[in-house]
Design a protein around this ligand. Sequence first.
Ligand SMILES: [Zn+2]
Ligand SMILES: [Zn+2]
Length: 167
Amino acid sequence: METVEPRHARRSQVETLRAAGLRITGPRLAILRLLQHDTNHPTAEQVFRRLRSRYPSLSLATVYNTLTAFARRGLCRRVPPFEGPQRFDGMLDPHHHALCTGCGRLFDVPVEVYGLPPPPAELGDGLSVHGVQLTFQVLCASCQAEAAGGGDRGKADHTVQPTHEEV
Ligand SMILES: [Zn+2]
Ligand SMILES: [Zn+2]
């Protein structure tokens, strides 16, 4: 389902690409828009699957390269997975993450929930710091419910589905 977007949001995406020195293309705008509205920290393949009907010539490699270019220029962030494919995060406001060790879903946690002292500007070895984030290890509400239910009841098919509509 397509959400109608305010005009200024689209303009700012064009401006974002332009400011990053990236050529403006339909797929790039679509990838950026998707990232900015998806709180599920999608993988390149998930982004690809959601856009390929609209952009039939788009390849997974192009999506991955675009996400990598975005990450290098600060338009999104790679979020460290404990396992599995690389995930990307278009929410650039500072926030921590909580990874459910039961189902692998990654949740955003506002920094107000758990403040940290400001990090040093540099860590030596030429590492300049532009942020700090934590990854909490959690059990999400549905995994807790499943654990509490015990036994076979919740066993049927516990796959994680994105909570948003497929594009
Ligand atoms: Zn869970
Ligand atoms: Zn996030």
